[in-house]
Ligand binder design. Sequence first.
Ligand code: NDP
Length: 396
Amino acid sequence: MASVLIIGAGGVGSVVAHKCAQVPEVFTDICLASRTRARCDAIARQLPRPIRTAQVDADNVAETSALIRDVKPQLLINVALPYQDLNLMEACLATGVDYLDTANYEPVDSAKFEYHWQWAYQERFKQAGLMALLGSGFDPGVTSVYCTYVLKHYLDRIETIDIIDCNAGSHGLPFATNFNPEINIREVSARGRYFEDGDWVETDPLSVRRRFNMPEGLGSLNVYLMYHEELESLVRHIPGLKRARFWMSFSDNYLKHLEVLRNVGMTRIDPVAFQGREIVPLQFLKALLPDPASLGPLTKGKTCIGCQIRGRKDGRPRTIYIYNICDHEACYREVKSQAISYTTGVPAMVGAKLMLTGKWRGTGVFNMEQFDPDPFLAALGEHGLPSQVFEGTVFR
Ligand code: NDP
């Protein structure tokens, strides 16, 4: 029996609202608030039961705190943008409310994916007796839970992790991103980075490519080595890790568009003088690209996200691949969103459910791999994202 305040009414916020509304025994009262209230109201009209909606500027701590005092939630679910993370954590501290998000803080003016800004809140959350759960989406999120699940049930120690995020679906448009275009392009354009033998190794953006054969007859795709934020927390929390890498699939068409956009300066995040005012090219590009929430009815095919984890069991090498396959069209039938928003929004609801029912509890700031993976994966399967385990090598 709990009240939650969801901030952000984009593709992911819509799924979180739908999924919380499906679990009335835990989420008794729901308020969905965002910069544009009309988007909250449009989502509310799709839900099976009434929820509250509100307008809020999540960059404004006083305004958010006033909303929290009015709504009186036990938990704030942040599915706005990574820029808002610290201000929303401040508002939670000011009002005595737990916090959950799906992406780590990024300063607007530099595309850095680092946890230190949010880890710095550890003592303040602890002293306030509050809990913050960071990165409860799919990646980051489920991918970290997969690692601890494999460590708990299949291995004595983990040596290497390869997180492989494939989207074998298509929306049929010339160019669109599956989640917020600005955040997506900042992430994809960043330099690659992976962890090996105690050091971080950097690569040029998207310069390392492999072919990956997806399970269950989904076919094969090119995957590219990227930096992704859960690598930092996994390296911190999984002792003895020798190597951790992250791979994501991109179509040739997506990469061709991205290259041209980069070459002409449209992916720049620094302000440029234009007709007497300053604009940030990437923010302008976002205004031109399709809204990810509009891709739901167009997207067909499946996503396949998983981890290949190597390690030792009873002194012998062992390799496990654990993954989820999610169907874009089935997601749309259920919650009117494509699978990228769905695979983020369901784990956010599940993380919230475990916090509110006391299955994942603590005071301070936590990453997903710090808790028992079993209740999370059980609830994830129950709420639409079942996991499969395969023993053997699928990726080299
Ligand atoms: P969208 O751009 O579709 O939605 C973002 C929402 O936040 C919009 O409704 C927007 O309002 C709102 N918003 C932005 N700024 C503010 C503000 N200052 N105050 C209040 N509301 C604000 O993004 P997505 O739904 O695709 O992504 C949401 C989050 O999920 C992002 O942080 C993203 O990085 C994360 N994510 C995580 C993944 C994971 O697996 N862990 C995967 C995919 C996404 P408006 O409607 O007015 O623009």
